[in-house]
Design a protein around this ligand. Structure first.
Ligand code: TXA
Ligand code: MG
Length: 358
């Protein structure tokens, strides 16, 4: 066990949670404290979902505006009925098909659940994670655990305990270090309070799988202008940003490579520090530039890219780069979530280059 100012770090195996660590962390949750813990998507910053004062502590620790609602994490299906006023048929089907897993359902909130979990809205987002450490913690705490991603507001989500420490040192009581989060991107959020199910945030559960269970599901238009009304307040574009300015390039692979090389050279010539996020196939083209290069994974290997994406942005920030250049990646499956996180991190700065199909 390592001690920091006010933050205790407990280490555990990811597959077989250490009972003593879980018991200690669960006690902190029951006492209204904050515990950061690994899930299969990213690390969460947890508190008792039924304790309004504890929920306020989450917003304060994250430096998050209280306009951004939290997800309640459960360990058993019965806990859903405790949190939601009603569980529509579509929710039952999705839960049966994909829980435990990286899927969050937005439902009407039960009246006894503190309103500040959903910033006063009459809804609640619920997810049953599959990560053994998350499950053990929720069970031991004996209460649903509200948890946003364990980063400060606007920073990339934390996928390791070290990232959590970087952002929340001294502002969280306990961090359970259970190794890197296996998926690396957050859960898929689905709104089930309307007539048709709507994907509010693409994530770890991919659209292809969702469509098999709910053929009428649609994706919400994501990149709203600042100030436009939205049913998922957390989705305005200023989010997930590295400190450096991220610029994305979209188009044919060679055009993108050439544009990134040219731009990097221009900034480097002006004395700026440049970082490049590259697919493995491209990384070698950049080695002579003098920029910091991070290879994310092979082109099209979305699971590999998703795992390292947030960590790569943090690593470039840690190296003090002024600017980050990256291709706009995407595609099917997890590619959708990757594309979404890149666009948000870049706050919409995308340069489109000679596309054959454009
Ligand atoms: O994978 C995940 O979902 C991670 C781990 C820790 O479970 N959590 C996470 O939480 O990403 P957070 O707070 O960073 O993102 C929650 C998302 C936001 O986009 C938020 O707007 C949406 O869920 N959300 C939460 N409650 C909602 C509600 N009542 N109505 C609509 N959207 C909601
Ligand atoms: Mg987040």
């Amino acid at each position: 066990m390592d001690y920091h100012a006010k933050t205790i770090i407990l280490h555990t195996d990811s597959a077989v949670p250490d009972p003593a660590a879980i018991a200690q962390a669960a006690q902190v949750i029951r006492n209204g404290g904050l515990v950061a813990f690994p899930t299969e998507t990213v690390y969460g910053l947890g508190a008792d979902a039924l304790n309004a004062a504890a929920l306020d502590r989450i917003y304060a620790a994250k430096r998050r505006p209280a306009s951004d609602p939290l997800i309640a994490h459960i360990a058993q299906a019965e806990q859903l009925a405790q949190l939601a006023a009603e569980v529509p048929y579509a929710a039952q089907r999705l839960a049966a098909a994909f829980w435990p897993g990286p899927l969050t359902l937005v439902l009407k909130r039960a009246p006894h659940v503190p309103a500040n979990i959903a910033t006063g809205m009459d809804t609640i987002a619920v997810r049953m994670p599959i990560h053994p450490v998350a499950r053990a913690l929720i069970e031991a705490a004996g209460t649903p655990i509200a948890a946003p991603s364990a980063n400060t507001f606007t920073r990339p989500s934390a996928t390791t305990a070290a990232h959590v420490l970087e952002d929340l040192y001294g502002r969280v009581d306990v961090i359970i270090d259970g190794g890197p989060a296996p998926l690396g991107v957050e859960s898929t959020v689905i709104d089930l309070t309307g007539v048709h199910p709507v994907v509010l945030r693409p994530g770890g559960l991919v659209m292809e799988d969702l469509l098999r269970v709910l053929p009428d599901i649609t994706a919400q238009q994501r990149f709203l202008a600042e100030g436009e009304a939205t049913s998922s307040p957390g989705q305005l574009t200023k989010h997930y940003s590295p400190r450096a300015r991220l610029m994305l390039y979209d188009g044919d692979a060679d055009a993108v490579r050439a544009a990134i090389s040219d731009t990097a050279q221009r900034y480097l010539a002006n004395g700026r520090r440049v970082g490049v996020l590259a697919v493995e196939e491209d990384a070698q083209h950049y080695t002579r530039l003098g920029a910091r290069i991070i290879a994310l994974g092979a082109r099209g290997d979305s699971p590999a890219i998703a795992r390292v994406l947030f960590g790569a942005m943090r690593a470039l920030d840690a190296q003090g780069v002024d600017i980050i250049l990256a291709p706009l990646l995407g595609g099917d499956g997890l590619g959708e979530a990757i594309r979404d996180r890149l666009l948000r991190a870049a706050e919409g700065r995308v340069y489109t280059l000679g596309k054959h199909d454009a």
